[in-house]
Design a protein around this ligand. Structure first.
Ligand SMILES: *Cc1c(COP(=O)(O)O)cnc(C)c1O
Length: 422
């Protein structure tokens, strides 16, 4: 084995003993990355689900350049600036009418931590101190910080940290065409009376395996929470910004959350930024001349002006370009290929939500640590495709500028992979 001094950089979610060589990237344009050794790689995972319109969209890059020359960073406690003001105004126009306040942070995980703190702070400040429990959906993923791991699925990737995590109530993931057990468990948990909030990824559970459930079930879960006065937190960190076919997944179910988290595609995938939006009641519960009721949360780079300017540019692209048409076109092309994959008996559980498709390769050892995962990853790398299977689950989550030829190439390789590994 290599000595550890050969790895000055410790990469995320990377087992260096299995994957010693990093792919060295020098550029990005549209749906493609270029490597130091001169290859062009198709970015089939939108660089971990963040890139929406393609790499280095000129409007976003120009906005970053302009803002960088004007104001790089300023403390956001007691101060404000144009990019944050513009972004907040536009976000409140676009998002459900129940959401009236924007809290900035810098990653999806922190936007979820903020959501959880808002929920507990709300109940605490209105004098209902017993409401502290969080309900979660089985197989969920909300980040890798201690709090977000606590509300996510427990497994090999967080077992070592279990002693640091808090207790939650988990309800079963809905079975296909039968959500009775899920809704009954949610109802039972809500009735206990000690619940602060239910947190859920609407329609698609990303890192949990690209698992999908129906808008109807999402709507029913919202109704149960509403009936029991339980705050409904929508983690749209991955599903937001067009991924599921609408700008936000909650729109498809016709629901309006009490708290919502958005990140990943908020800057088109160019710079880290996140927001947590909430209802007036939650802000009001913290609004007081009693300073102990302050919302005690910040990070150094809260609402970084350059990141906010990138997000404003992203929203201008949404306003000025036919983004939803592009998404519908991509979803249609994805659908055609998925139908063909569905006829191939080496795959099962073919599924789609908007621009995302997923399929499970039939192998003997299934699951996240399935040995086929790293083999598939290497197989696609050799074909200049960036696909990062979750165990034996292959998913395709590409930028919206992806063409038919790109997809033909991707699914051709997926079919070849089945030949090699199924
Ligand atoms: C990626 C993700 C997060 C965490 O976001 P980071 O920016 O990686 O911290 C949270 N929730 C969901 C649903 C995600 O997909």
């Amino acid at each position: 084995m290599n000595s550890s001094k050969n790895f000055p950089i410790w990469h995320p979610f990377t087992q260096h003993a299995v994957l010693p060589d990093m792919v060295h990237i020098t550029g990005g344009e549209g749906a493609y990355l270029t490597t130091k050794d001169g290859r062009r790689i198709f970015d089939g995972v939108s660089s971990w689900w963040v890139v929406t319109h393609g790499h280095c969209h000129p409007k976003i890059i120009n906005a970053i350049k302009e803002q960088a020359g004007r104001l790089d960073q300023v403390i956001f406690a007691g101060h404000t600036h144009d990019p944050a003001e513009q972004l907040a105004e536009r976000l409140l126009e676009l998002t459900p009418s129940t959401l009236n306040h924007v809290f900035f942070s810098d990653s999806g995980s922190t936007s979820v931590e903020v959501a959880l703190k808002m929920a507990l702070g709300y109940w605490q400040n209105i004098g209902n101190k017993d409401r502290t429990r969080i309900i979660v959906l089985e197989n969920g993923y909300h980040g890798d910080t201690i709090g977000t791991m606590s509300v996510g699925e427990r497994g090999v990737y967080n077992a070592a940290y279990e002693p640091l995590m808090f207790d939650v109530t988990s309800i079963p993931f809905p079975a296909p065409n039968d959500d009775d057990a899920t809704l009954a468990a949610l109802e039972k948990a809500c009735k206990a009376g000690d619940v602060a909030a239910f947190i859920v990824e609407p329609l698609v559970l990303g890192a949990g395996g690209m698992l999908m459930y129906s808008p109807d079930t999402l709507g029913q879960m919202k109704a149960v929470c509403e009936a029991h006065d339980v705050l409904f937190i929508a983690d749209e960190v991955m599903t937001g910004w067009g991924r599921t076919g609408s700008m936000f997944a909650c729109e498809i179910a016709g629901i309006e959350p009490d708290i919502a988290c958005y990140s990943k595609g908020i800057t088109g995938g160019s710079l880290p930024l996140a927001v947590t939006l909430c209802r007036s009641e939650i802000f009001q519960a913290h609004y007081s001349t009693d300073r102990s009721k302050t919302f005690f949360h910040s990070s150094s780079y809260t609402a970084n002006p350059i990141a906010c300017a990138a997000a404003v540019a992203n929203l201008e692209i949404w306003r000025d370009e036919p983004v939803l048409d592009r998404i519908a076109g991509l979803a249609g092309m994805q659908h055609e290929w998925l139908v063909r994959i569905g006829d191939d008996e080496r795959f099962e559980n073919t599924r789609q939500c908007g621009t995302i498709t997923a399929m499970d390769l039939k192998v003997r050892d299934e699951g996240y640590l399935s040995n086929v995962g790293p083999k598939l990853y290497a197989f696609f790398q050799e074909r200049n495709l960036l696909l990062r299977p979750l165990g034996n689950t292959i998913y395709v989550l590409p930028p919206y500028c992806t063409t038919q030829a790109d997809l033909d190439n991707v699914y051709g390789a997926i079919t070849d992979a089945a030949e090699a590994f199924a």
